[in-house]
Design a protein around this ligand. Structure first.
Ligand SMILES: [Zn+2]
Length: 411
């Protein structure tokens, strides 16, 4: 049996939520525990209630809408986040939450008998006002009292104070933890936030892995000197070292990376930083991502070797610090199969792909079977008011989610 979502209702919900927290520049400002976020949450809870579902809010302020829920059977959970970056578009996170709600509404309306209860969830602070993925970390037991107390935003506001001003006790996030036994499966629908589906004209992507990454702080140190009096062959020019390394990035990826590897030098600081001084030092960021840990390990080794060789050649000192390492996450092959089945039944062409961006799904994957459904982002744009997905693609993705949930909860 194939049932379909109510596209008009989903479209109305998307438009309504897009108006909450929207400012004059047309950007959306629903950063975690801000006024906009709280208004979005209040509206979402109302929608859950008017759909005849049970509203539940856990200690981390994750909002659940529950269908046929009891605490004896594990549930199938779908959802994403309602919070946004500053000046955001209207679909990142919101689409997964609203589509999840629409799916539960349709299953309730059709009175479909399922083996497992269904829950739609809106996770707290996915976007990182206080570090990111607060809600999904809480749910998967990855918070500690210390991490809660130490969480602070860019303006120095603590998570504890921000939650308190919204009526929450941040320490209660420790009680939001769910056991693996309480979850049967997790599926998140999200916009791709990259150009692949749009360029290849697919309406639906089935995510098989979420990329891991490493982030380094690198410095090359030479000698600052007079730009007029120091001959070229007597310079220890840190920028020359960096530019040589940057020109080798693609080669290093070709030789040591995989098809999905990417690397970025996103921040560069030259010192002393004057037009008439040979730069004596450069500090830069180096970030690389892939869906295989082995490839990430190989890349770390290759970057180290290349930078050491360049430092020797230009008489520079090479130092680096690993700022963060996040392991890649594999999605559940069982759920991938169910999603593929749903796309086949609905006669929708899909592409199996990786997610280059981080999502709540990677937290959930640590305690349950998890996977993601992507829909295209026009021109790959996201985290901006240029964010856009055609309603016909949203409709297809939503129908795939609906039928995947029915399969998973009925199995
Ligand atoms: Zn998101």
């Amino acid at each position: 049996m194939t049932i379909l979502i109510n596209t008009d209702r989903l479209k109305q919900d998307i438009e309504k939520l897009a108006s909450i927290g929207r400012e004059e520049d047309h950007g959306i400002y629903r950063m975690a525990f801000s006024e906009g976020d709280m208004a979005g949450r209040a509206w979402f809870k109302e929608q859950i209630k008017s759909a005849g579902l049970e509203v539940y809010e856990d200690g981390a302020a994750n909002i659940y809408g529950r269908l046929d829920w009891d605490d004896k059977r594990p549930s199938v959970i779908t959802g994403s986040h309602l919070d946004t970056v500053p000046g955001a578009g209207h679909l990142d996170g919101a689409l997964g939450v609203l589509t999840g709600l629409e799916c539960l509404r349709r299953i309730k309306e059709e009175k479909i008998k399922l083996t497992y209860p269904l829950e739609v969830i809106a996770f707290s602070d996915e976007e990182g006002r206080f570090g990111g993925m607060l809600g999904s970390q809480a749910l998967t037991g990855q918070l500690s009292p210390e991490s809660i107390v130490n969480a602070v935003d860019l303006n120095g506001v603590t998570l504890t104070d921000a939650m308190k001003s919204c009526g929450y006790d941040a320490m209660n996030a420790l009680y939001a933890r769910r056991t693996p036994e309480s979850i049967h499966a997790f599926v998140e629908m999200h916009i791709e936030q990259g150009p692949i589906l749009d360029q290849m004209s697919f309406s639906v992507g089935i995510v098989d892995a979420i990329a891991g990454l490493f982030k380094w702080d690198v410095s090359l140190t030479g000698v600052p000197n007079h730009a007029g009096t120091t001959p070229m062959h007597l310079r220890n020019d840190a920028f020359q070292g960096l530019s040589e390394f940057a020109s080798q990035l693609q080669r290093i990826l070709d030789e040591n990376g995989g098809e999905r590897s990417v690397a970025t030098i996103g921040r560069v600081e030259l010192s002393p930083g004057a037009a008439n001084v040979v730069p004596g030092r450069v500090d830069f960021s180096l970030e690389a991502r892939d869906t295989e840990q082995r490839i990430l390990d190989d890349l770390q080794g290759a970057f180290r070797r290349a930078l050491s060789a360049i430092a020797r050649r230009y008489n520079l000192m090479f130092e680096f610090k690993v700022l963060s390492e996040i392991a890649p996450v594999k999605c559940s092959s069982g759920i991938i199969k169910e999603i593929k089945q749903a796309t086949d039944n609905l006669k929708i062409q899909s592409l199996q792909m990786a997610s280059g961006a981080a999502h709540d799904t990677q937290m959930l994957a640590s305690i349950t079977r998890a996977a993601m459904i992507f829909v295209p982002s026009k021109d790959g744009r996201s985290h901006s008011i240029a964010e856009w997905t055609d309603m016909k693609d949203i409709e297809k993705g939503a129908n795939v989610l609906l039928n995947t949930l029915i399969q998973l909860a009925g199995e």
